[in-house]
Design a protein around this ligand. Structure first.
Ligand code: NAD
Ligand code: GLY
Length: 388
């Protein structure tokens, strides 16, 4: 059985009494999309407010809480207690942890559980977990009963700064990553800083790969603050984390609000992803975490940027150094055959248009351009530096 589902009978309220309040840390970011606008809240202790926040949104009485087997023992009780305390009837659906759960098979099992518990169109889904759970649960919400509301409760750094925001939901096919999906915006995103305390260091660093990306694509000031404050962030200092996560969410919100369906500007969020996704693909989606793969991809993209759009060599060095300081890989040793497979995988990327691979390139730190064609020789030279 791929998916386990259960009713829980925890006692309401017991978890809230022990929770300290850090009101000053709370940040709020708005994603402006007309009647699909929503808030992203960043702060400690937010999971215990899940029920009240859903109540304030006027969501239906029943809900499915989709989570994974790692996150469930850590946070499912708190989520269910909070929902029950506000009068909701939650049903917990657990899926195996990891990328393999982003599959149509697991989607089907989730539908079956929702049907068995008679969730209605006014019911809603809570995605409690990392980007895998968010993408899967969001896709289930976008399609079950032709679409129902959902709330994102991201529990990894990567999901808090990126995947929970912007409404891209979907699953993988054997042929490639995220090939089936939809744009379906959540009603609310709750980034509880406390949930990051249990995140393994490698997963935390993977999230930093996306954090650094925001500095490169949009905000030179953020990049400088990261250079300065990285030790605090690596120590998971709550104040530094709250400010950083909120800034990343604000950048993503600004981009998505202008170009929800990626007809232009939104492509900048894919900086470093063409090479990064190809690396993930040729290594079977197991060897490198997403943030690690796009770290190498972003370093390669910075070399391409220097060659093609004038990024200065000092900036190339600063970009590389920041990924290194974050504990992320900046090069990978590939055989000739693997390198050929890497380039072939790039050609299968969703961002290929008219047979041409389209790149996002940086003119300077904080400013990128998208839709760039890259000559084969320039690509091979950049790969020589990153994939020797
Ligand atoms: P993940 O969801 O697999 O989480 C990483 C691991 O950490 C998992 O084993 C998970 O069980 C565990 N975990 C989660 N929260 C935890 C916690 N608080 N404490 C301890 N362990 C915890 O991976 P991810 O890095 O969060 O997300 C990667 C996925 O996100 C990929 O599938 C990627 O394609 C997708 N993504 C989507 C978007 C988007 O816009 N939709 C953007 C970027 C990435
Ligand atoms: N993570 C890329 C996007 O949301 O567009």
């Amino acid at each position: 059985m791929v998916v386990l589902e259960e009713h829980l009978s925890f006692h309401t309220g017991s978890l809230q009494a022990s929770r300290p309040t850090y009101a000053g840390f709370m940040r709020s970011v708005r994603v402006s999309l007309g009647d699909r606008s929503y808030s992203i809240l960043v702060g400690p202790g937010l999971l215990s407010q899940l029920g009240d926040r859903c109540l304030a949104l006027g969501l239906g009485a029943r809900c499915g809480v989709i989570t994974d087997e790692t996150v469930a023992p850590l946070f499912a009780e708190q989520a269910v207690v909070a929902l029950r305390g506000a009068g909701f009837s939650p049903v917990l659906i657990r899926v195996p942890s990891g990328e393999t759960s982003k599959s149509l098979k697991v989607v089907g099992t989730c539908y079956d559980r929702l049907a068995a518990h008679r969730l209605e169109r006014k019911s809603f889904i809570v995605a409690l977990g990392g980007g895998v759970v968010g993408d899967l649960a969001g896709f289930v919400a976008s399609t079950y009963l032709r679409g129902m509301a959902f709330v994102q409760v991201p529990t990894t750094l990567l999901a808090q700064v990126d995947s929970s925001v912007g409404g891209k939901v979907g699953v993988n096919l054997k042929a490639g990553k995220n090939l089936v999906g939809a744009f379906h915006q959540p009603k609310l995103v709750l980034c509880d800083l406390d949930s990051l305390n249990t995140l393994p260091p490698r997963e935390f660093q993977s999230g930093l790969g996306e954090v650094i990306k925001y500095g490169i694509i949009y905000d030179a000031g953020l990049f400088r603050r990261l250079e300065r404050d990285l030790p605090k962030i690596l120590r998971r200092d709550p104040m530094a984390l709250a400010a950083t996560i909120a800034r990343c969410c604000a950048i993503k919100a600004a981009v998505v609000s202008q170009d929800e369906n990626e007809s232009g500007l939104r492509a900048i969020l894919n900086y470093g992803h063409t090479i990064g996704h190809a690396l993930e693909a040729i290594s079977g989606y197991g060897e490198y975490l997403h943030g690690e793969a796009i770290s190498m991809g972003q370093v390669a993209a910075s070399h391409l940027s220097a060659r093609l759009v004038g990024l200065d060599s000092k900036s190339v060095e600063r970009i590389r150094n920041l990924f290194v300081a974050a504990g992320l890989p900046v090069s990978v040793s590939l055989t000739r055959r693997q390198r050929e497979r890497l380039v072939a995988a790039m050609r299968l990327d969703k961002k290929v248009s008219g047979g041409q691979i389209k790149f996002v390139l940086a003119r300077r730190i904080g400013e990128v351009i998208w839709g760039q064609n890259v000559p084969e020789t320039a690509l091979q030279e950049a790969l020589d530096l990153v994939c020797p």
